[in-house]
Design a protein around this ligand. Structure first.
Ligand code: GLN
Length: 203
């Protein structure tokens, strides 16, 4: 793999510009992806937060849903944040808001809007396995949590305190990475740097 890979940001909805900036700061070529031809050209992909049902609908309209599933199955490194995490889940828990279809790839069950309506958004410092130094400031916005991970996936971050302490909010499975939170909003580039390294190291 080249030292300067090209990483796409699925540009249907969400914090596309912030992700592009964070990836550029991590030293990769960052491009928006809206067409199957653009998806075919990238070495890695970020799926931003937004509304997962809307992103699935738009992906279908833009003829991206099947190509996304195919590229994930082929081992493309993909990082999903928040709604992007939901799209990478193999299973969505019936205890949260339903969604009719996802991309899948990570052996986990996610619960949409899991933290409840009273606390739509909150921030917390988390330890993430594989991220050195200070804890990561995690911003949660109507976030999912990971209800359970199957044997193929590894939980790498948990809520550390409060009533939801212990809930899984970051997961890694081979070339796939997912977080419930939005690292593009804090100016801390370590999650994007970690993902860029996954892309560089792709076997
Ligand atoms: N609540 C959204 C969903 O279920 C995710 C929110 C987000 O991405 N910030 O799709």
């Amino acid at each position: 793999m080249t030292l300067r890979p090209q990483i796409g940001v699925l540009a249907l909805q969400g914090d596309v510009r912030e992700h592009l900036q964070a990836l550029t700061a991590a030293g990769v070529d960052a491009v928006g992806v809206r067409r199957p031809g653009e998806l075919a050209a990238v070495d890695g992909l970020v799926i931003p937060g937004g509304e997962s049902t809307t992103i699935v609908k738009l992906a279908r309209i833009f003829d991206l849903l099947e190509p996304l599933r195919d590229r994930v199955a082929d081992g493309l490194p993909v990082y999903g944040s928040c709604a992007g995490m939901i799209l990478l889940a193999d299973r969505v828990d019936a205890g949260g808001s339903p969604i009719e279809a996802t991309i899948g790839g990570i052996d986990m069950t996610v619960r949409r809007n899991a933290f409840g309506r009273q606390v739509d958004s909150f921030e917390e410092d988390l330890d993430i396995a594989g991220i050195e130094g200070e804890p990561v400031r995690a911003v949660f916005i109507r976030a999912p949590w990971v209800h359970e991970v199957g044997p193929a996936a590894t939980a790498i971050g948990h809520v550390s305190r409060g009533e939801h302490a212990g809930r899984i909010v970051a997961v890694r499975q081979a070339n796939l990475l997912a977080t419930s939170f939005h690292p593009e909003l804090t100016g801390d580039g370590r999650i994007h740097a970690y993902f860029s390294e996954m892309v560089r190291q792709r076997a």
